[in-house]
Unconditional design. Structure first.
Length: 520
């Protein structure tokens, strides 16, 4: 990458000293396949024997390198850290290696699988430290050896296990009710409120430490863990506070750039919809305009992957200087009452291709764990990740595009509904990516909440092209399968699907999918 050097000067006690500052040029965009590695995944799904930490961690990174990951975001914290920090408590502080499962450190966790799983995680993190391995440092070193750009990711308001404040997951500050968000009961109520300077300082100290300690290419502020940073109703006042705080963080990043003598960049991960991000106090466009950020990852939170990320809308808001990535989540849930499951390979392919086709600079994977979730074999895992990093490879694979819900809302404000949808005629905008070859098929699946009498007919069209039922519609219908010519696909992402009933009776659609694949 080309580096631009700018000379600036500071006045010190001995006079004027030149300082070299590195600036990001247009051709230094962050591109390729980006992967976020959860702070606990490596420790939670294996037994790490004494003396084996380095070997096992190297092997773990090697799988990602073989899958051709371009950038690894190594998450270093939740409500504690996975390394021996000087400013935050690590996961294992208070744990006694020979204390057994009934020790006081674990007693707040229900006995059984929950306790044993947590004990495994903590013991493994402790063992890595006992082996003299600094987890982030080892990850960074292995990444550089394998050609992966190493970044560190900070979760900005993680709320796991907040229903049990005695759980060892929580450091002291996360138990202090006077620092909690207000006016928004529920899962996020015990998140910290960034209106408190103590909260902002807590995170600033962690960021300052990792920038000073680790030689990375960038850091990520993960505002999707969690995006609820202020008391409900105080988000817009909070936006001003957060932007000023981000200026402080930017200065820390610029100091690291000068110290390391190579660009160190700043990324934020934010809700997929611009209006929701702004409504929660995350004024991403203002951050970009002020030059505070270098990369924006727009993504769903957790419950479901999105196939229609508004990449082009974000590009207009952010301008061309900032790199833009579309984030894929590992779960699939079309609407809130539906069962949640792991994505299939075809769904991951469809979502990734939609990101590339919309003009993003990168695809970003979250919660795609190599040993647990989504549960693919190692060969399939490597193969699918490789495909996600290349639009040309993705175009050759069968794929699914679907309408899915949004699981982030602004407290007290209504947001646009995706699914379920009720009506006698309904229109869905769902980008289907590039038009496949002429020998492919396009099949639409529509699932309804209620069965439809046999006398009713369902019409489905794609971009104005009427479909034909792929099989006879049964007397009692809950799902319908419809085929359209592959030429109906727009090829430019402006695809529209219309579902209607001939007698104008209302229908409730709870799932809509389009599968594109070579003809059998």
């Amino acid at each position: 990458m080309k580096q631009i050097l700018m000379m600036s000067f500071v006045v010190a006690g001995l006079g004027v000293i030149p300082v070299t500052v590195f600036a990001q040029s247009e051709n230094q965009k962050v591109r390729g396949l980006l992967h976020n590695e959860d702070s606990t995944d490596f420790f939670a799904h294996r037994v790490i024997p004494a003396g084996k930490s380095s070997e096992m961690l190297n092997s773990y990174i090697d799988v990602l390198a073989d899958a051709q990951i371009s950038v690894l975001f190594c998450n270093i914290n939740a409500r504690r850290t996975n390394y021996r920090s000087d400013v935050w408590a690590p996961f294992w502080d208070g744990y006694e290696a020979d204390g057994g499962s009934d020790q006081s450190f674990l007693k707040s966790i229900p006995a059984g699988s929950q306790r044993s799983q947590w004990e495994l995680l903590v013991r493994n993190a402790w063992q890595v430290h006992q082996d003299g391995v600094d987890y982030p440092a080892r990850v960074i070193d292995r990444c550089r050896r394998r050609g992966i750009s190493p970044w560190l990711s900070i979760r900005m308001n993680d709320v796991h296990f907040n229903d049990n404040l005695e759980h060892p997951f929580h450091d002291t500050i996360f138990r202090r009710s006077e620092l909690f968000r207000k006016n928004d009961p529920g899962y996020f109520a015990r998140g910290l409120d960034y209106a408190h300077v103590e909260v902002r300082d807590h995170y600033r100290k962690l960021i300052a430490e990792i920038l000073d300690r680790y030689d990375v290419d960038g850091i990520e502020l993960d505002f999707l863990r969690e995006p609820y940073l202020f008391s409900a109703g105080e988000e817009q006042a909070g936006a001003v506070v957060l932007t000023e705080w981000l200026r402080e963080i930017r200065r820390l990043v610029e100091n690291a750039t000068s110290h390391r003598r190579h660009p160190v960049r700043l990324s934020v991960r934010v809700p997929s919809e611009p209006e929701i991000a702004v409504g929660l106090g995350l004024d991403v466009a203002a951050w970009a305009k002020a030059g505070l950020i270098d990369l924006v990852v727009v993504a769903p939170r957790w419950r479901t992957i999105h196939f229609d990320l508004p990449i082009q809308q974000w590009r207009v808001l952010l301008g061309d200087r900032v790199s833009l990535a579309g984030g894929l989540e590992v779960n699939y849930q079309p609407e809130p009452s539906a069962a949640m499951r792991a994505v299939t390979q075809e769904e991951a392919v469809g979502a990734a291709l939609a990101v590339w086709s919309a003009g993003a600079d990168a695809v970003y994977l979250f919660n795609f764990f190599q040993n647990s979730h989504p549960g693919w074999s190692q060969d399939v895992y490597r193969q699918t990740l490789k495909q996600c990093g290349s639009s040309e490879q993705l175009k050759q694979q069968p794929r699914v595009h679907a309408v899915t819900q949004r699981d982030i809302t602004v407290p007290g404000k209504a947001s646009r509904t995706w699914l379920p949808v009720t009506g006698s005629s309904m229109t869905f905008r769902l980008p289907l990516g590039p038009r496949p070859p002429s020998d492919w098929t396009a099949d639409v699946t529509v699932q309804f909440a209620d069965r439809i009498p046999a006398k009713e007919t369902v019409n489905v069209s794609v971009n104005g092209v009427k479909s034909t039922p792929s099989k006879e519609i049964p007397a009692k219908l809950d799902s319908g399968h419809f085929s359209v010519p592959i030429s109906a696909v727009s090829g430019d992402g402006t695809d529209t699907i219309v579902i209607s009933s001939t007698d104008q009776k209302e229908m409730k659609v709870i799932r809509l999918e389009v599968r594109l694949a070579p003809a059998k």
